[in-house]
Write a protein that binds this ligand. Structure first.
Ligand SMILES: [Zn+2]
Length: 499
């Protein structure tokens, strides 16, 4: 039958549709009829839809070390097999699907007694807690979706397809993101409202997770990213051209589970996304032509975290990252500026990697980098974060001045004169402090609580280090901007001192 798979504006389902489209294309190449901005049409039988469902569920599970068994009626023997289990984090999207046996022989059956005795004699443990049974097929994961696409009056709340006879209630555990793009505010407050989902959207949700970029470096937190474009063809193109080559299968048994690798080891959402987007930038965007760049800029990303706790998962921090053009623009400018002074192959990644505090346990604390990444991705000022990092880590960051200068000029739009002024003054303070091996004046400046105190500290430094405070600085600094000036002077001074 001819079926319409229509985009929904919901990032989870629409990404799933991309996976579903490509699975259909691979299995039944003749089936795809059209591919348009709002979805695709395909000619599929109910049997083929069932197979596509099976394939999606199989991709979400993996073989385990545990052995299972069943009685093969035709052969009249007990067969052993390796049981399957969810791949990490998958079960939380599809919680109500559990392994079950389609065919079994239980106590009511006359053959049960003899078969169960034979099984036990062969060292096989009977299935079932109270109601024991002998399975006649391997246990399998299943999700009931009725593909009977009979005409009726029901409407799917997602794709808006009408005239269906059956629509099921969408469940939050099967499908965690009930809201459409632009309605994210309701994500956490969604309670008690039911949504109807048609079999085709339901099938697409199963392919959603396999499209996601998933990152976990051990522990119980998974970080997920999915791209978005309202044009279905563009969304698909982005997956195949830009994201597929980042993906790599990491054995699911491993403690760390992820399907992509970043060059910077990260823990949190924003820093992981910034590392990911920089990889996309260096692999593909940097050298891309203008037209191709525009194509990439029209995309946005959704990122969120899943926290495992026992059999539950909590989703948090759903973020939408748009304005990729501005983020890539900053990368362009930074890499250009650093090339002017260094041939050593330094780039943004090097600076970004350095924002971490080494712990005595051997691990690293990257909370500061997470905060920094959040500011960069939302084009917010970052001087206070950088200042905090330098003073608490006590580690110099090479080329930090280029980074800070480029950011506050290109992103914050601060006057270049002020940048030069604070940098020159900061260098002078840092060098003098380093010569005299005293850093307490740096702390005094950093700890200033208000404009008066800041000016008083600068005044004292004039005498202690015999440096003139630039007149322009005193003229320009005000109640509104003194904190940023203070942070900039502190950053440049401390980074010089630590060098
Ligand atoms: Zn639908």
């Amino acid at each position: 039958m001819k079926l319409k798979f229509v985009t929904t504006g919901n990032f989870w389902i629409d990404n799933g549709l991309v996976g579903l489209h490509d699975a259909i294309k691979e299995r039944y190449p003749e089936a795809i009829l059209t591919l348009k901005a709002n979805g695709f049409e395909a000619n599929l039988s109910i049997g083929q839809l069932e197979e596509l469902k099976e394939e999606a569920i199989k991709a979400l599970t993996t073989e385990t070390k545990n052995e299972g068994w069943y009685y093969d009626k035709a052969k009249g023997i007990f067969e052993r097999y390796r049981k399957r289990n969810w791949k990490r984090f998958s079960q939380f999207f599809l919680k109500q699907i559990g392994p079950s046996s389609k065919e079994e022989i239980d106590k009511r059956d006359s053959k049960f007694r003899s078969l169960s005795l034979q099984a036990q004699a062969a060292g096989l443990k009977l299935y079932g807690e109270k109601k024991k049974y002998v399975p006649l097929a391997p246990l399998r994961f299943d999700l009931k979706i009725s593909f009977a696409m009979e005409p009726g009056n029901r409407v799917c709340d997602f794709c808006g397809q009408k005239r269906l006879k059956t629509v099921e209630e969408a469940s939050r555990t099967q499908f965690p993101f009930l809201v459409g793009k632009g309605k994210l505010a309701t994500f956490y407050s969604h309670h008690g409202v039911s949504y109807k989902i048609c079999p085709l959207c339901s099938l697409a949700t199963l392919y959603g997770i396999s499209q996601a970029l998933l990152y976990n470096i051990g522990g119980n937190i998974g970080t997920f990213f999915l791209p978005y474009d309202p044009d279905f063809r563009e969304l698909r193109y982005f997956h195949r051209i830009y994201l597929d080559h980042l993906k790599t299968e990491v054995p699911p048994e491993q403690e760390q589970f992820r399907n992509f690798i970043t060059k910077v080891r990260t823990n949190y959402l924003n820093e992981t996304f910034l590392a990911l987007i920089y990889d996309i930038y260096t692999y593909t965007v940097k050298a891309a032509r203008e037209a191709e760049r525009k194509r990439i800029f029209s995309k946005s990303f959704y990122g969120f975290r899943g926290l495992e706790s026992g059999q539950k998962i909590t989703y948090e921090s759903l973020n939408e990252y748009s304005r990729l053009e501005a983020t890539f623009g900053f990368f362009d400018k930074f890499d250009e500026n650093i090339r002017k002074i260094s041939e050593g192959g330094w780039d943004f990644r090097g600076i970004f990697r350095d924002f971490q505090i080494r712990l005595q346990s051997g691990g690293v604390d990257t909370l500061c980098r997470e905060k920094l990444a959040g500011r960069i991705l939302h084009f917010d000022y970052l001087e206070d974060i950088v200042e905090d990092f330098l003073f608490s880590s006590g580690e110099r960051i090479p080329f930090l001045d280029i980074f800070v200068e480029t950011y506050i000029k290109e992103v914050e739009g601060m006057d270049e004169k002020i940048v030069k002024l604070t940098r020159g003054f900061g260098y002078a303070i840092g060098s003098k402090a380093s010569e005299s091996k005293t850093k307490s004046p740096l702390y005094d400046i950093r700890n200033s609580k208000n404009l008066d105190e800041f000016l008083r500290q600068l005044n004292q430094i004039q005498f202690a280090f015999e440096i003139q405070v630039p007149e322009t600085l005193i003229r320009e600094v005000s109640d509104e901007n003194w904190e940023r000036y203070k942070s900039l002077v502190s950053i440049f001074a401390m980074n010089t001192f630590l060098g």
